[in-house]
Design a binder for this molecule. Structure first.
Ligand SMILES: Cc1cc2nc3c(=O)[nH]c(=O)nc-3n(C[C@H](O)[C@H](O)[C@H](O)COP(=O)(O)OP(=O)(O)OC[C@H]3O[C@@H](n4cnc5c(N)ncnc54)[C@H](O)[C@@H]3O)c2cc1C
Length: 469
């Protein structure tokens, strides 16, 4: 694999923009289909791979248990899950096609050198549906880069696409900034696999207003949506709502970017969540956590100053996956409130009211148990237990944006569709940048990697085919 600037002075069959899962799957598939391929990754080599670095698993349909998956997961069940989480806000034809293709992905990805392992504990109960990468997303990426290298894919890091020359529906060349110079790279086909716009705080502010200033970005700082913006302003049809995204509640002490999985907090069902006025605002026990964790980012985003606090007591501390920062502890609710800069009297009253509304039941974190509140608004429908055993604990949380859903509309060949109703001649998209075609809203764990792998492979194959005609 060449990492020199000389990559940028050649002409290629296929130019792949991005350096994560979708880009690498596209690059490998295009090369395997006989095309010459250049991958340009905006990040330095150490940070290559965007949000994919942080991933742990991928959701694929499969007919039977495997060495690492505990049972079958049919295409229909996958579709039902997607329908549920998106509230029907998906393109059924495209989504069903992706799900059907996902069946081949476990084998295909393994053929590219990626290894799987059984599900770990504390991972949202995904052992039947999701395949976990041995060593996580970084190890997965390393395998894909190794394979791309072996096949002769050229890769340049620190190479950001800053402009696209598009003539009607046809891509001609890209302007790329690298090592202090601007290069123009021509290619017969383009695969845009360069993520959403979640790291572009100005763009987030356009959609969310000042609230966006309090968002934390869970992944790479390089997914700024520059290429997405260029494509949408040059005739490519958009898909999705700019405010729709995957957002979870993460520790408010996390860094602005790249905090990753270890800043996510999975203890909401075990306590109550209050806003800065020490008031509850949503049913913490509405459904099992794998079906609810991805709504809490938006819920916290809707609260004053985009801050909330998960409050629980001693017996719950070890029931969830530990996170990077320690819980804030106190011997009384009042003392806890003071440490959180909440009004102690109000927090004490909120906890007292909650405790009084809790009905005795059989606590079971594995099922929708019968521990609930009565006469409380909002209710806590399951796992409601009195908060009365010190020490008391709290985690401050903010919205952690994983990735945005506004993207480029595509057809099943991953070919971009144009505003004038036609399909692009030679422009393809894969991964986050077109995720909105499948995810209008909501999320099912592991589907980000499915979208990238399935449409990455298709985009690479189709781009190579286009380049040869
Ligand atoms: C903490 C965390 C955990 C996650 N866990 C999972 C999981 O377990 N399973 C799952 O399915 N999904 C998970 N996701 C979501 C998943 O990471 C994404 O859906 C997936 O990685 C997207 O792949 P991609 O290739 O489209 O984008 P990315 O992997 O983000 O790659 C985009 C690349 O484009 C590059 N780029 C951007 N702009 C330019 C430009 N102008 N020029 C050149 N290059 C550019 C970036 O540097 C980056 O390398 C997680 C995300 C986060 C943040």
């Amino acid at each position: 694999m060449s990492r020199t600037t000389s990559n940028l002075t050649e002409k290629y069959d296929v130019l792949v923009v991005g350096g994560g899962n979708a880009a690498l799957c596209a690059a490998i598939a295009a090369r395997q289909s006989g095309a010459s391929v250049l991958v340009v990754e905006a990040a330095p080599e150490f940070y290559r791979g965007g949000n994919t670095r942080h991933t742990r698993n991928m959701r694929c349909a499969h007919d039977s248990a495997t060495e690492t998956l505990s049972g079958p997961y049919s295409e229909d069940e996958f579709w039902d899950d997607l329908l549920l989480v998106t509230n029907g806000n998906t393109n059924e034809q495209l989504a069903r096609y992706m799900i059907a293709q996902s069946k081949e992905m476990l084998t295909w990805i393994a053929e590219q050198g990626v290894r799987f392992q059984p599900s770990l504990g504390g991972t949202l109960s995904l052992g039947r549906t999701n395949s976990f990468f041995l060593g996580g997303g970084r190890a997965m990426l390393n395998a894909l880069y190794r394979t791309a290298t072996r096949l002769g894919v050229a890769v340049t890091y620190d190479a950001e696409v800053v402009a696209l020359d598009i003539d009607g529906d046809r891509f001609r060349s890209a302007s790329i900034d690298h090592a202090g110079q601007r290069y123009t790279v021509e290619a017969l086909a383009l695969v845009a696999a360069c993520g959403g716009f979640e790291s572009n705080l100005e763009w987030l502010r356009e959609s969310w207003g000042a609230a966006a200033d309090n968002f934390l970005i869970r992944g790479t700082r390089y997914n700024r949506g520059t290429v997405l913006k260029m494509l949408l302003s040059q005739g490519v049809e958009p898909i999705g709502d700019p405010t729709q995204c995957h957002a979870v509640a993460i520790d408010a002490r996390a860094p602005k970017f790249d905090g990753g999985i270890i800043t996510r907090l999975d203890c909401v069902p075990f306590g109550i969540v209050v806003n800065k006025h020490a008031q509850r605002f949503y049913d913490e026990g509405e459904d099992v956590w794998p079906k609810r964790y991805a709504i809490w980012g938006r819920l916290v985003a809707a609260q004053p100053d985009q801050i909330a606090y998960i409050i629980f007591d001693a017996p719950k501390l070890e029931l969830f996956m530990p996170s990077l920062f320690p819980a804030i502890a106190a011997e009384s609710i009042g003392e806890l409130a003071t440490k959180l800069t909440l009004d102690p009297a109000v927090l004490v009253s909120t906890v007292d009211k909650f405790n009084a509304a809790v009905q005795d039941g059989k606590f079971d974190p594995q099922v929708l148990d019968d521990c609930k509140t009565v006469g409380l608004s909002p209710p806590k429908s399951h796992w409601a237990q009195r908060i009365n055993q010190p020490p008391y604990y709290a985690y401050p949380v903010r919205p952690g944006i994983t990735f945005t859903y506004l993207g480029t509309r595509v057809n099943r060949d991953a070919r971009m569709l144009m505003r004038d109703g036609g399909a692009s001649d030679n422009m393809f998209a894969a991964g986050e940048i077109m995720a909105g075609n499948v995810l209008g809203s909501g999320y099912a764990a592991g589907i980000g990697m499915t979208i990238g792998s399935v449409f990455g492979r298709i985009a690479g194959q189709e781009a190579a085919k286009r380049a040869r005609t």
